[in-house]
Design a protein around this ligand. Sequence first.
Ligand SMILES: Nc1ncnc2c1ncn2[C@@H]1O[C@H](COP(=O)(O)OP(=O)(O)OP(=O)(O)O)[C@@H](O)[C@H]1O
Ligand SMILES: [Mg+2]
Length: 257
Amino acid sequence: MLQITDLELSYGGTHVLSGFSLQLQAGEVLGLIGPNGAGKSSLIRALSGVLKPIAGQVLVDGKDLLGLPESERARLISVVPQSTQLPPAFTVYECVALGRTPHLNWLGSLGAADIAKIEWAMQITECAALKNRRAGQLSGGEQQRVLLARALAQDCPILLLDEPTAHLDLHHQVAILNVVRSLAKERKLAVLVALHDLNLASLFAQRLALLVNGRLQALGSPQEVLTEPTLQKAYAVSTRILSNPESGQPWVVLEDN
Ligand SMILES: Nc1ncnc2c1ncn2[C@@H]1O[C@H](COP(=O)(O)OP(=O)(O)OP(=O)(O)O)[C@@H](O)[C@H]1O
Ligand SMILES: [Mg+2]
């Protein structure tokens, strides 16, 4: 589905990602983890066309993603960027409706299918009750859910999420990641999600990519990536890896550092 080869990114000559290669399959949730400044958001910005790579290739089903016109790219990849702002004067409904923009005809009016998609996206992210509220008057977590609803309304085969659970309470962290996981499974979405919480990543992602200093340090199942030596090296923190008694997945416990 998404094939990244030898991607290289820099800001004004300072390299932030080097020799980065990764494949993302339809139906897969891939967790992107790594310390602050590792390059996770830069990678997501590059895939969404905001940051132009200095080298490398990104293919979606064999098509050069970065060479596509923006409107076509926006029908393939939807993004929830890290700490982005919604238009404060727009209602939640209007914000979510913005997700349909790449699908509208030249008249720009919403059809029945667009409206159904907007309603569905609000429902699934538990935003329906916020429908008529102004975006500028929402809490951080409510805004985060509206951003996800907008991305889901966009209805793309690839979804990129940059720390989508950052402002969410426990219920909504689990709810949102459950939504993402079932969309991947049932609608064969390919999902790349940057997460700081390694235990959430372990529970919800089938594979993890660990980025450290702009390089892919480890890639594989949570069992393969979440090991004591790997985390010690990446985060300079001592951990114990136990087995989550509920899921059997790796469970990262901090040692008294
Ligand atoms: N607009 C920018 N101009 C210059 N440097 C930038 C810019 N944005 C990010 N950087 C630098 O690029 C590097 C990677 O940043 P990036 O935001 O991709 O990290 P990250 O892995 O998403 O970190 P975090 O976990 O804190 O969100 C950092 O050293 C950062 O300071
Ligand atoms: Mg980031």
